[in-house]
Design a protein. Sequence first.
Length: 190
Amino acid sequence: MMTETDALNAFYETKSLLKGHFLLRSGLHSDHFFQCALVLQHTRIAEQLCAALAARFKGEKIDTVISPAIGGIVVGQEVGRALGVRAIFAEKDEQSNLLLRRGFTIAKGERILIAEDVVTKGGRVQQTIDLVRQHGGVVVGVGVIVDRSGGGAAFDVPMQSLVKLTFPTHKPEECPMCKAGSTAEKPGSK
């Protein structure tokens, strides 16, 4: 079974854990950034990480895996493959709300696992939970590669992660790096 150390080593080996001054999707600033795309580009590593994440939900009846686009798509696909179920993804509209496109549907009572790459505050995962429920699906859990929330991302369903690390985050107006004259980079998908 993959340990947290094994998973974290995959990030170090692929230089996917960046150090600097970053603007996170949550709007917070941090001196560390998990660029999951860099680790997930290595298909064997992606398969191993996501199979280990899927194993955390062994014994659960899961019909479908859904991920918020874009960061969670590879995770959802690989977790779905490991579980032997369908994998779909939700996309943002112009107001940054999540919706189903491309002919994806959720049936009433369909048992769905949410898969994501990194969680800081959990906003995008909560939007995905809400979307599934709006369509009549049943959320059985949330699986993430990296939980960097320090316990701040809490949902009304079980959450499992491979890595739990808490790096300091700051509101932009309180960021010591900004106060020192540094400008935050935004290396994520948007």
